[in-house]
Ligand binder design. Structure first.
Ligand SMILES: [Zn+2]
Ligand SMILES: [Zn+2]
Length: 733
């Protein structure tokens, strides 16, 4: 195996394979070296590109050069174009990556037709996407596909300043249930080194191939066997506020005119004595909310051309020292490599990444102010009693669903928090935990942010709700400025005022967040097992994994044992098989036991009388990719996947999953949860009661509408339960 062991000979490999089959007692894996080689031989290829060692200018791909060095057309210096030693990067063809994904059997796609009017659920519901679908528009061909791409740096080795910058992409028209799966993420480019790549060189092959794919397209087979040609366009680039300005060639977010969406000048705040003393001040002299005109694609392009003509970055050697030229035009410093990417909007093509903005930036700023310590932030707390310790205790006792992927951590330990921790805090924990701790106006202010965030990441946003979220976000920023001063209005806080506009263009935020790409970075990092030739190692292994996966999917009857074997040698997860029902799948141990009286009564209530008292119970089940637990299943302790909302809009706790003989549906014993009559504490947080003596009921898995998160808050004299319906189910990490 080339994966974990090097230097193994063919015969040795064959012997090991035979040995594995012998232990298994049947042929579970192919035994001949020929077949193994076929299996592990990548179908795809990679290309190596060189750039100028002195100025970063793109020189060409390896095949273009006959000599070992090449002179740069831009600065004239000579660079190595043979040895893979620093000034190169690798690309995988977008077409090849897409064909691999599209060749999978049973792929499902988002339908453009029959979508409810005025509801934003996905990228295809966005006003900009719809506009492009009009007759004569870029996406007027109903088979066209669009990509959301990303590039960002990730550290691979500890104690090394070098980082890996992959170009990854997802297909927006794939069904959201499969769109974010690791195997459906394209890897189109890899750069490794200190600092960051020169985007103009790094994205050049990607842009050029995309512009070809817009007309030539890729082929895919439809469910009825027809082969259709799909034009492909890279419409969205989701990245953080550090990477985007590098791609656009504009000033960083903390510079003058650093906002990518509006012409806010980013004003000096005198109270701040640091170098980055600019803030997106939101309150005008008369106390009103300050807003500036939005940028447009045409305006951005005009600024780019002006900056290019005036050579403001001095890249063309035309800028004369001492000459009185502006160093930017509305923050723009040059012509972006993406300026002629077909169909790409230079403003809205970069949607706000809610991982860095909503899940990290804003709550981070908020918590750093209100939890700065008793002497600094007492005034923000009820009765000026600084109670971070209480908040910590409550945070630690919360039991979110496993989909959150993180255990709740104390607020005072937030230097260790990641995007997922902040996301959980904003959506599920802040409102119930801080309601009786913070002084009313500070609590109410951040509650606006939490409520609006909940709306903007929901998978069904009506036009009315979008307007509500836009208003809440504007009020939040305006008040935040009044409450905490202009120094609190960082770029991330300012971006809150643009979130609703982005959702209007492209649908709910999770569809184009960087969460999927960050976990993709994790996958790519795992493919490295030595410090030499990092990008070529990754590219080869990535292509090999694709090849193995496609061979496995061609052989439908591959056993679990083989899947496990492949998962293990390639550190790659395959889904295990489970007990299938019409409405979901049960997994884990199937336990046969007797029904008790209460259970029998509950079944009789719905007219089910069983011939035998023995039935099968399960602890866990999945439906539409979401995992549910029954109450008896207590591992892992800090998570709770038992609370659900049902088709009739009631809430319940799942007590047990049960197989009812003769039924093709998976059934559940449930206990109803009572929602308090009082006004909800926030639009998305209900106060509820868990009644131990509530009658047991039976329903089927098909009646589950959505998983819920519950939070129990223990105060000195009361204990209260709160419940929040998960705003979406496709977000995964
Ligand atoms: Zn050069
Ligand atoms: Zn702005």
């Amino acid at each position: 195996m080339t994966f974990r062991h090097s230097g193994m000979t063919g015969p040795l490999i064959e012997d090991i394979l035979k040995f594995v089959n012998m232990i298994a007692g049947k042929p579970v894996i192919p035994e001949t070296e020929y077949y193994i080689k076929k299996l592990f031989k990548p179908k795809g290829t990679m290309q190596i590109h060189f750039y100028c060692e002195a100025c970063g200018f793109y020189l060409g791909s390896l095949a273009d050069f006959s000599e070992a060095t090449s002179d740069c057309d831009h600065c004239g210096k000579s660079s190595n174009v043979r040895e893979l030693s620093g000034n190169f990067f690798v690309t995988m063809s977008v077409k090849q990556e897409l064909e691999y994904i599209l060749a999978q059997p049973d792929l499902t796609f988002v339908s453009r037709d029959g979508r409810p009017d005025g509801v934003y659920s996905d990228v295809v519901d966005g006003d900009m996407y719809k506009e492009l679908c009009q007759p004569g528009g870029l996406l007027s061909d109903e088979n066209s596909l669009t990509l959301t791409f990303n590039t960002d740096g990730a550290r691979i080795f500890q104690n090394s300043e070098s980082s890996l910058w992959p170009v990854q992409a997802i297909v927006n028209e794939l069904d959201p249930g499969i769109r974010f799966k690791r195997s459906n993420v394209l890897v189109c480019g890899l750069w490794f080194g200190k600092g960051s790549p020169n985007m103009t060189a790094f994205l050049k092959p990607f842009k050029e191939e995309m512009n070809l794919l817009g007309s030539s397209g890729v082929c895919r087979s439809t469910s009825n066997g027809d082969v259709v040609n799909c034009p492909v366009f890279a419409l969205l680039c989701s990245a953080d506020s550090i990477a985007i300005p590098k791609m656009v060639r504009r000033k960083q977010f903390n510079g003058r005119f650093g906002c990518g969406y509006c012409l806010h000048p980013n004003l000096p705040v005198l109270a701040l004595s640091t170098i980055n003393n600019l803030r997106y001040v939101a309150v005008g002299d008369d106390g009103s909310f300050l807003s500036y005109p939005y940028r447009t694609h045409e305006g951005m392009l005009a600024d780019m051309l002006k900056a290019h003509e005036h050579d403001v970055s001095g890249l063309l050697g035309g800028r004369v020292a001492g000459e009185d030229l502006p160093d930017h035009f509305n923050g723009v410093k040059g012509l972006s490599i993406l300026a002629d990417l077909e169909g790409f909007n230079l403003v809205y093509g970069f949607p706000i990444d809610y991982l860095h903005q909503m899940c990290e930036g804003v709550p981070e700023t908020f918590l750093s102010i209100v939890c700065a310590g008793p002497s600094k932030s007492r005034q923000y707390w009820k009765n000026e009693e600084y109670r971070v310790a209480v908040a910590d205790e409550r945070m630690c006792s919360a039991t979110p669903p496993t989909m959150m992927c993180v255990e709740p951590k104390p607020v005072s330990n937030r230097s260790k928090w990641k995007g997922k921790d902040y996301r959980m805090f904003v959506l599920y924990l802040f409102v119930p935990i801080f309601a009786d701790l913070l002084a009313t106006r500070y609590f109410e202010n951040f509650k606006k942010f939490a409520s609006a965030s909940y709306i903007l990441i929901s998978d069904k946003i009506t036009r009315e709700k979008l307007v509500t979220a836009a208003n809440l976000m504007q009020e939040f920023v305006h008040e935040f400025n009044v409450l905490y001063g202009s120094s609190a209005i960082t770029y991330n806080t300012h971006l809150c005022t643009h979130l609703a506009v982005i959702v209007k263009c492209w649908g709910p935020l999770p569809n184009y967040s960087t969460f999927v790409f960050e976990s993709g970075n994790g996958y790519l990092k795992k493919l490295v097992n030595g410090t030499n030739g990092v990008v070529t190692q990754i590219a080869r292994k990535h292509l090999t994994i694709q090849s193995v996966s496609s061979v496995i999917s061609e052989h439908e009857n591959v056993s679990d044992r083989v899947l496990n074997y492949c998962s293990e040698i390639m550190s790659y997860q395959y889904v295990k098989k489970t007990s299938k029902f019409d409405d979901g799948r049960a997994f884990g141990f199937e336990r046969v036991s007797k029904l008790n009286d209460v259970e029998r009564a509950a079944l009789a209530e719905v007219g089910v009388v069983l011939p035998s008292e023995q039935v099968s119970f399960f602890n866990r089940a999945t439906k539409d990719g979401v995992v549910y637990y029954c109450k008896a299943y207590t591992r892992p302790e800090c998570f709770d996947n038992t609370c659900v909302t049902l088709a009739d809009n009631t809430f319940a706790v799942i007590e047990k999953f049960v197989r009812i003989p003769g039924s093709t549906e998976l059934h559940m014993f449930i206990k109803p949860i009572r929602i308090a009559d009082e006004e909800p504490i926030a639009p998305h947080v209900f106060s509820c009661a868990f009644d131990l003596f509530a009658p047991l009921k039976v329903t089927s898995m098909s009646k589950i509408k959505r998983l819920c998160a519950r939070v129990t808050v223990k105060a000195s004299n009361y204990e209260r339960n709160f419940i929040t319906i998960l705003p979406n189910v496709h977000e995964r990490d």
